[in-house]
Write a protein that binds this ligand. Structure first.
Ligand code: PEP
Ligand code: MN
Length: 372
């Protein structure tokens, strides 16, 4: 297990900026006017600190708009000069880094496709040695936390301590209304591995559609994420990439106005004592749940022995279907969601099968030894 905690030296560079760190700008820089108009409209609102824009676009299939390249960096310099916004671009190879440094881009980010490839990440880390550039690392496309951690470690080892992670969701293998599934447990685990690592949420690439961006952004804030990166375009309907998920500057302004920033805790004694007593109740219920689960597993083992004695298979499909159907109905009556109960039962059933397999294998092995 990588010791991300060892890189707790990660400087809280984002704290230098206001929290939450707000980043906005188009998916891609398309023209000087589009970049400048978007940046000026965003800067006027006085909320966003960093202007994002893709200059080199990683496209899944060839033939799509692949970015304007170096000239876009000049437009970003112009943005900085005219609006005071900091700038950030995606870099995917050492030449990108060289150019981004040449044009004084403030922050670099690594895209989801690049994070997935340790060779590419290592090349980026090597060519960043000696520069004091903050780097934000997007999660890899697949929900592999080790790849994400590994990329952060490669930068850290190269002496880049101004690091942040960007959570942009994971490729969905099943049909979903979101473009990428958030799997919030993964950024939460990353945070618990390294408390000082800022994690920024990218609700645009999670949503894939402007409709879901506000709720994803709010959820990220309620999970104590350190910032948001939101794709914003002066005229999204004419965008050359990610048209459906870009907000207009006005929509961005409305979203940020409605966003509720809750604090981790308050210094209010009443609040603390009520919370503590409710947590005591939860602790006690959890204790009961664990005891009940343990009792259930004891019976599962007993059944395992009984099945073994009678040479009966572990999986009894009819019984399993009956369990699911009855529990779903019972759960519904108790106000528990079908999805939750189904997942919970599947987990319990998997563990039960595992237990019975162990029991049966043990009995079979003893029998074999006796027969020797
Ligand atoms: C982007 O930010 O425009 C982008 C290409 O994102 P991702 O790497 O998350 O797909
Ligand atoms: Mn995009």
């Amino acid at each position: 297990m990588p010791k991300l905690k060892n890189i707790s030296k990660i400087s809280s560079w984002s704290k230098v900026l206001a929290e939450p760190l707000l980043i906005a700008g188009p998916c891609s820089a398309e023209s000087e006017e589009q970049v400048m108009q978007t940046a000026i409209a965003i800067a006027k609102q006085n909320k966003v600190k960093v202007f994002r824009s893709g200059i080199w676009k990683p496209r899944t299939r060839p033939g799509n708009f692949e970015g304007v390249g170096e000239q876009g960096l000049q437009w970003l310099q112009q943005v900085k000069k005219e609006t005071g916004l900091l700038t950030t671009v995606e870099v995917a190879n050492p030449e990108h880094i060289e150019l981004a440094v040449k044009y004084n881009i403030d922050i670099l980010w690594v895209g989801a496709r690049t994070t997935s490839n340790p060779f590419s990440v290592q090349k980026l880390a090597d060519s960043l040695k000696g520069y004091d550039k903050p780097v934000m690392v997007k999660n890899p496309i697949n929900p592999d936390i080790q790849l994400w951690v590994g990329a952060l470690e490669r930068f850290f080892k190269a002496g880049i301590h101004k690091l942040a992670a960007i959570h942009r969701g994971f490729y969905p293998f099943e049909a979903t209304s979101l473009r990428n599934i958030p799997k919030w447990e993964i950024p939460i685990e990353l945070k618990s591995m390294c408390h000082s690592l800022p994690i920024i949420c990218d609700p645009s690439h999670i949503s894939g559609n402007t409709e879901f961006i506000p709720e994803i952004a709010q959820k990220a804030m309620d999970l104590n994420m350190n910032g948001l990166m939101i794709e914003t375009h002066i005229n999204p309907t004419a965008a050359l990439s990610d048209m459906n998920q870009q907000l207009t500057p006005k929509q961005l302004d409305d979203l940020l106005d409605k966003l509720i920033i809750r604090s981790i805790s308050v210094k209010n004694n009443d609040f603390i004592s009520v919370l503590e007593s409710l947590r005591d109740k939860i602790d006690s219920i959890d204790q009961q749940l664990l005891e009940l689960l343990s009792q259930r597993m004891d019976i599962v083992e007993e059944i395992g022995k009984y099945k073994s004695k009678n040479e009966v298979t572990i999986l009894q499909l009819r019984r399993w279907e009956k369990i699911i159907n009855t529990r779903l109905k019972q759960g519904k009556k108790l106000g528990l969601s079908e999805e939750f109960i189904k997942k919970l039962l599947q987990l319990v059933h998997k563990e039960s099968i595992q237990k019975q397999t162990e029991v049966m294998n043990k009995i079979a092995a003893t029998k074999k030894n006796k027969n020797k």
